[in-house]
Design a binder for this molecule. Structure first.
Ligand SMILES: *[C@@H]1O[C@H](CO)[C@@H](O)[C@H](O)[C@H]1NC(C)=O
Length: 236
């Protein structure tokens, strides 16, 4: 049964490579994870998290993340089902909370694949957040402040954060995003760009710092071609 499932899924993976087809001038689809909405020369990009970290299709409405142009930084908007599991972290809403990855959380990572410097942004439905600067696998700085607002209603939640430009390492060219909820053996780790089934080794668990699975991402595709990333004191 297990073998059959793996074979079936591998076949789906093969016939569904990353493709790029144009539906109209206003709306483009780059892959089954991603759609891009053009707004003049600036645009917003929307991603849907449709797999678990190990490429099993997610059986609920996917988490969506939109990136939009902002003056002070990149606007990140997310919509998700609210699982309310685990319960809220014991920290003040609106403040950083270390260890947020152990709670219900949606995360985006922005990477310079040459320097391996990256920014990790974690957002919680209960209002806490966690922003880290990392290099390779090492944490350089954590708990950076973040303008972040969140609403919970009727089994769903949505949040908006403005990620200051200075937080991004220079030359961001890759991204991955994740969502986690549930407790104990029911804990579910979801990834925008999961690890392909045939590359999963026995006994392997979720690890969101596998930078080789990140995929192309361009701030200019959101901000416009004339835009240049402001220099950052944090990364110099
Ligand atoms: C959540 O979504 C609603 C409806 O689109 C919107 O009015 C509200 O501003 C959003 N809240 C946040 C914090 O983004």
């Amino acid at each position: 049964m297990k073998t059959l499932f793996v074979v079936a899924f591998t076949a789906t993976w093969l016939v569904d490579p990353v493709h790029h087809f144009k539906l109209s001038r206003e709306y483009e689809v780059f892959s089954d994870h991603e759609s891009v909405f053009l707004r003049n020369e600036k645009q917003e990009v929307e991603y849907r998290i449709k797999y678990t970290w190990d490429s099993i299709p997610v059986m609920h409405l996917p988490v969506t993340i939109k990136f939009k142009p902002g003056d002070q930084g990149l606007v990140m908007e997310l919509d998700s089902l609210f699982f309310d599991d685990p319960p809220a972290p014991p920290g003040e809403p609106g403040k950083p909370f270390d260890g947020l990855w152990d709670y219900e959380v949606v995360e985006s990572f922005f990477l310079n694949s040459a320097t391996r410097n990256y920014l990790e942004v974690e957002l919680c439905p209960h209002g806490q957040h966690l922003v880290l600067r990392l290099s390779g696998g090492d944490c350089l700085e954590k708990e950076l402040p973040l303008p972040y607002k969140v609403d919970i209603n009727w089994g769903t939640w949505n949040g908006t954060a403005i990620i200051p430009w200075s937080y991004f390492p220079p030359g961001v060219d890759k991204m991955n995003s994740y969502a986690i909820h549930g407790s104990g053996i029911g804990r579910i780790y979801e990834a925008l760009y999961p690890i392909p089934p045939k590359e999963i080794e026995e006994g392997q668990g979720p690890n969101f710092h596998r930078l080789e699975y990140f995929r192309d991402f361009s701030l200019n595709s959101i901000m416009g071609n004339d835009w240049t990333q402001p220099p950052s004191d944090l990364w110099s």
